[in-house]
Ligand binder design. Sequence first.
Ligand code: NI
Length: 190
Amino acid sequence: MVLPIYLYGHPVLRAVSEPVTQDYPKLDELIANMKETMYASDGIGIAAPQVGVNIKLVYIDVDVLGDDMPELKDVRFVLINPEVTVIEDGEEISREEGCLSLPGIHEGVKRIEKINLKWTDENWEQHEQVIEGYLARVVQHECDHLDGKVFIDHISPIRKQLNRAKLNNIVKGNVRCSYRTRGFKPNKKR
Ligand code: NI
């Protein structure tokens, strides 16, 4: 089932997510719905808070970028309770990012594209791997969501100011999108 994407301004995107336990109800169904939602909105990554659930769960599929970056071919995985440690021996690289929760906004974000990632997969097997390049960026972007952060938290105040009108419209839910969204409407019952 395709779920609505929660938009910037909704408190669910600012909460720190809870770890997932193995007895979490209907986890398989949630993972399937997150995949379907991400593909329906042409995303390359989605975090559970973006569908309104504050748990440490991410799905990434960067295969579509494989023509430009062959190392991303066939790369898709579920991250349960991911732990990211940035390996600080590289340089910060600025590349453009966007986010399904911030439609129409694209900004350069500086990150070190080298991380150590620990995670559990959907079969509850544990993994640990050093990841470099663009994929390290995608993982950091998605895992930020689990800490209540979004990519524009990393941009300069000036760049943020230049996007102020767009951001205000997103907060109000005034966005035209090819996918279903849910804005924050404080005075209405949700
Ligand atoms: Ni995002």
